[in-house]
Design a protein around this ligand. Structure first.
Ligand code: FMN
Length: 189
């Protein structure tokens, strides 16, 4: 185990930000490989591994994925997809309504953290047109797009977002509804 691994992991988690501006610099293939491996190593329900990755570098395809400028600006865009059958064949409805989101979320977060560890910026994008993406990327019917992740060298250093204090959202023994209600009410006063 790397010395101070817990400190390194903590820093990567803490300092990761959504990056929405990139400099014009290619990413070496060896780094792209490490990023894909990070996604591939993520846990999945029953180890069914329904998550797959599409790497897009072609500017013409990037343009069709999103109208947001920073997606086109990014040297690579990874589209995270799930092969529905691989999980529903074992888990049925639970696979479709729950596990595909868990499985793809864990792979996406691994990718974002690996990018940060490699001094690359990335952004988890969930706002896209599913139908268009499926058509442009020629996804079969049982393969669903879950996220678009533009990746590149950052051209910005955003401040951390405002967060609800941890003590308001961490509960002891049972859900303490009153404390989060009171906190949210205090924001509107
Ligand atoms: C499920 C999900 C969907 C998101 N979709 C978008 C998006 O469509 N466009 C975008 O710019 N950011 C998107 N984000 C990024 C969030 O806005 C961002 O994570 C949040 O503001 C917190 O900032 P941070 O990532 O720097 O901690 C998404 C994040 C998640 C987890």
């Amino acid at each position: 185990m790397i010395e101070n691994a817990s400190e390194a992991v903590y820093r990567v988690i803490k300092d990761r930000r959504s990056i929405r501006s990139f400099i014009d610099k290619e990413i070496p293939d060896s780094l792209v490989q490490q990023i894909l491996e990070a996604g591939w190593m993520a846990p999945s329900a029953g180890n069914r591994q329904p998550v797959e990755f599409i790497v897009v570098k072609d500017p013409a395809i990037k343009q069709r994925l999103s109208t947001q400028k920073f997606v086109i600006e990014a040297p690579i865009v990874i589209i995270v997809v799930v092969n529905l059958e691989r999980t529903t064949s074992r888990y049925g409805e639970r696979g479709e309504t729950m596990y595909i989101y868990h499985d793809s979320g864990s792979a996406i977060q691994n990718i974002l953290l690996m990018c940060k560890a490699l001094n690359l910026g990335s952004c988890w994008i969930g706002a896209f047109n599913d139908e268009k993406i499926s058509r442009f990327l020629e996804l079969p019917e049982n393969v669903l797009p879950m996220a678009i992740i533009p990746i590149g060298y950052p051209n910005q250093n955003p401040d951390p977002p405002r967060k609800i204090p941890l003590e308001k959202i961490s509960h002891n023994e049972k859900y303490e509804e009153q404390k989060i209600k009171e906190y949210l009410m205090s924001l509107v006063d």
